[in-house]
Design a protein around this ligand. Structure first.
Ligand SMILES: Cc1cc2nc3c(=O)[nH]c(=O)nc-3n(C[C@H](O)[C@H](O)[C@H](O)COP(=O)(O)O)c2cc1C
Length: 189
């Protein structure tokens, strides 16, 4: 798929429309390389990628359930089950971390966060170009300290989200893209 086709035809594919197989090692390496090609002012590499697959997804589901208990000690059993099941809804989950330096003398934190968003988009596009479906998800778990600690985040690390990816199963609905013409002006001074 050429680059413009990948850009214009990418749509988020959410669970339950993601199934196995996920990308193999070579494809996953390409996907992560795309993430690491994000524009990056100052070459700070303000992103890290955490691959979660196989049984580790079950462990992450436990972490999500533990996190919910901490946030909401009286959470009903169904809600805990839902948390346990979240990472199992795709064969591969990539947690993307914004490892920002808010005190950097030259590069504002905002730019480091923007770069992380670009890394996530590159991952989504690479997965799409390989024929996989993917979706960028956050939710309460992305902002939860228990989840962050379990994934090894420290200091100012922030979770940009969890990219779920896998083989597209069925006919997922597509959210229409925005019309750029409605969002663009030409400034003539
Ligand atoms: C930072 C970020 C977090 C998101 N988190 C969620 C989420 O938790 N749940 C969700 O349904 N969509 C979430 N989305 C939106 C989807 O990833 C997706 O962009 C949206 O559904 C539009 O679909 P499209 O990518 O096909 O245009 C998030 C998007 C961004 C940029």
């Amino acid at each position: 798929m050429d680059a413009l086709a990948a850009l214009s035809t990418r749509h988020s594919i959410a669970p339950p429309f993601l199934t196995g197989p996920g990308p193999d090692e070579r494809m996953l390496t390409e996907i992560l390389a795309a993430g690491a090609s994000a524009p990056d002012h100052g070459r700070l590499r303000p992103w890290r990628f955490i691959v979660i697959r196989g049984e580790a997804r079950e462990r992450l589901g436990e972490v999500f359930a533990e996190a919910l208990v901490k946030r909401q000690p009286d959470a009903p059993a169904e809600a805990l089950e839902q948390e346990r099941g979240r990472p199992l809804r795709a064969p591969v989950v990539i947690a993307v971390v914004a490892r920002v330096d808010p005190q950097h003398p030259k590069i504002p934190e905002f730019e480091q966060v923007l770069s992380t968003g670009a890394a996530v988009e590159n991952i989504l596009l690479a997965a799409h170009a390989q024929g996989f479906g993917a979706k960028w998800l956050t939710g309460a778990n992305a902002y939860d300290d228990h989840v962050k600690a379990a994934l090894g985040l420290t200091g100012n690390d922030r979770l940009a989200g969890f990219v779920h990816l896998g083989t597209v199963d069925g006919k997922p609905p597509q959210v229409p893209h925005a019309d750029a013409r409605e969002l663009t002006v030409e400034w003539r001074g």
